[in-house]
Design a protein around this ligand. Structure first.
Ligand SMILES: Nc1ccn([C@@H]2O[C@H](COP(=O)(O)OP(=O)(O)OC[C@H](O)CO)[C@@H](O)[C@H]2O)c(=O)n1
Length: 321
């Protein structure tokens, strides 16, 4: 059966579960502006996009949970308003009535508040300010939320070993004094920017263990990360620093079917060399007034169907065997 979104339903089958998605709300109570590269940003309107998303998710009644792909508040939010702005957005998510909202951290979250203050507000289960976790809403599926700012020059105290490791990496890979500038970096090397980060060694080992466990439990896995993991779905400047190391771990197991991300606001989609689907979600922040970018995903045993609203494109992700 065809649909208005242009994607085809799974032969009339009922999904195993459905969940809501939104990314890069980047709310701030400040006038409209633009990105460093001149793309318009609608800081006050983005909360309306989120409100319409939650309204729609509530009306649908069938969603079991929602995932926010990070950057809930913009770094331009005046510092004395950051806490208030984060709480305001978390409150909007809490209006979702049908289950939990799973958050992840983005660079703009960390410009607004340090990790130790942010994680409890976002209800991210955490030991030692780690922000990676997994959950299994039904026995057949596991969702893994990665912390792309595990090794990062933002969010940790300045003298923290993870800040030092991140600054060392940036020092070796980016010759500019402004480490947010990609000037002179070529191709995939353009990812070595301060507004990106990496998955650390402990997290990689944890991921390996979770995927082994998913295989043992006969579960399919969806990976979620603020930072994209595949160059085919993203600009080089938005990729996780060590996307290749993370994908090497993921490719060792055939349980991972889809990787979802935010951060690269224009969105993207690819199927990688191992047949995994990578979908980068279009940002709520870049919706001109009256337009939207959010969606929901129907989960089947052999595919994920993303139904996007307005600027978020619908995507059919059928698993390769
Ligand atoms: N060439 C650049 C680009 C950015 N900056 C500064 O870095 C900070 C973060 O940039 P921003 O575009 O706001 O980051 P987002 O997470 O919203 O978007 C990610 C990108 O789209 C990925 O491609 C900010 O302070 C910029 O001004 C910079 O100095 N130089």
């Amino acid at each position: 059966m065809g649909s208005a979104t242009g994607i085809v339903s799974a032969q009339g089958k009922q999904p195993l579960l459905s969940f809501g998605i939104i990314s890069d709300v980047q709310y701030a109570d400040i006038p409209d502006g633009h990105s460093f590269l001149g793309v318009p940003r609608y800081y006050r309107h983005s909360i309306l996009v989120l409100q319409r998303a939650v309204q729609k998710w509530n009306k649908m009644q069938k969603l079991k949970f929602a995932i926010n792909f990070g950057d809930i508040v913009d770094g331009f939010c005046p510092k004395d308003q950051s806490l208030n702005a984060v709480e305001k957005i978390v409150h909007e998510f809490e209006i979702f009535r049908h289950g939990s909202v799973y958050h992840m951290i983005g660079n703009h979250c960390l410009y607004s508040l340090p990790r130790d203050r942010l994680l409890p507000l976002l209800r991210i289960p955490s030991v030692d300010s780690r922000a990676y976790y997994d959950f299994s809403p039904i026995p057949e599926y596991r969702f893994v939320v990665l912390d792309g700012y595990d090794i990062s020059a933002i969010g940790w105290p300045q003298d923290h070993p993870k800040t030092i490791e991140a600054l060392k990496c940036l020092g070796e890979r980016n010759p500019n004094s402004d480490k947010n500038s990609p000037t002179g970096l070529v191709g995939l090397e353009r990812r070595f920017l301060m507004f990106n980060g990496a998955v650390g060694k402990d997290q990689l080992e944890w991921l390996d263990g979770v995927l082994q466990d998913a295989i043992n439990s006969n579960q399919k896995v969806v990976i979620c990360c603020h930072l994209p993991l595949d160059p085919g779905a993203s600009s080089p400047a938005a990729l996780l620093w060590n996307y290749d190391e993370v994908m090497d771990v993921i490719h060792r197991y055939n349980c991972v079917k889809v990787c979802l991300a935010g951060h690269d606001h224009k969105g993207g989609y690819s199927i990688d060399s191992h047949g995994l689907h990578h979908r980068v979600l279009e940002a709520a922040l870049e919706c001109p007034p009256g337009t939207d970018s959010f969606g929901y995903v129907d989960v089947f045993d052999d595919r994920l169907l993303l139904f996007g609203t307005d600027r978020m494109k619908s995507t059919e992700m059928i698993f390769t065997s």
